[in-house]
Design a protein around this ligand. Structure first.
Ligand code: DQA
Length: 146
């Protein structure tokens, strides 16, 4: 009953990086929120962050079967990485793509996502609450309610 919460490049700087776009919450705040939310719905959150594409891919491989799902904010790899898309396409568990900002009202190059092609659902613009909503949705899927 684990969910993998996977954060990609530059998200280690959350809270310090462009706070007008991403807010003041830190990565630790996000991970605490995920662990608390997961425990509220009978799941447990395994939180990972990496700036390296291959580390993200290895984490996806580790969780691709058997867990309750993956919540992934791939950061800028969202817009560039066929390799992460391929890893997510190998997943047998639901995948929820998560973005803190509303990527669709930002620069054109953020409008396309490779991740979306493998995602069950997409969150964008909910701030860090998007992670919590995504975890709640995975619990619904797990319970066969969604
Ligand atoms: C982001 C949006 C991406 O375009 C950007 O590269 C990020 C963060 C978000 O959470 O809004 O690093 O995924």
């Amino acid at each position: 009953n684990t969910v993998l919460v996977l954060n990609g490049p530059n998200l280690n700087l959350l809270g310090k990086r462009q706070p007008e776009i991403y807010g003041r919450a830190t990565l630790l705040d996000v991970e605490d929120l995920c662990r608390i939310t997961a425990s509220e719905v009978g799941l447990s959150a395994e939180c990972r962050q990496s700036n390296a594409e291959h580390v993200l891919i290895d984490a996806i491989h580790e969780f691709r079967v058997g867990c309750a799902g993956i919540v992934i904010n791939a950061g800028a790899y969202t817009h560039t990485s066929v390799a992460i898309l391929d890893a997510l396409n190998a997943c047998e568990v639901p995948v929820i793509e998560c973005h803190i900002s509303n990527v669709h009202r930002r620069e054109e190059f953020r409008h396309h996502s490779y991740i979306s092609k493998a995602a069950t659902a997409v969150m964008a613009g909910f701030g860090i609450q998007g992670y919590a909503l995504a975890i709640r949705h995975l619990a619904h899927l797990r319970a066969g309610k969604a």
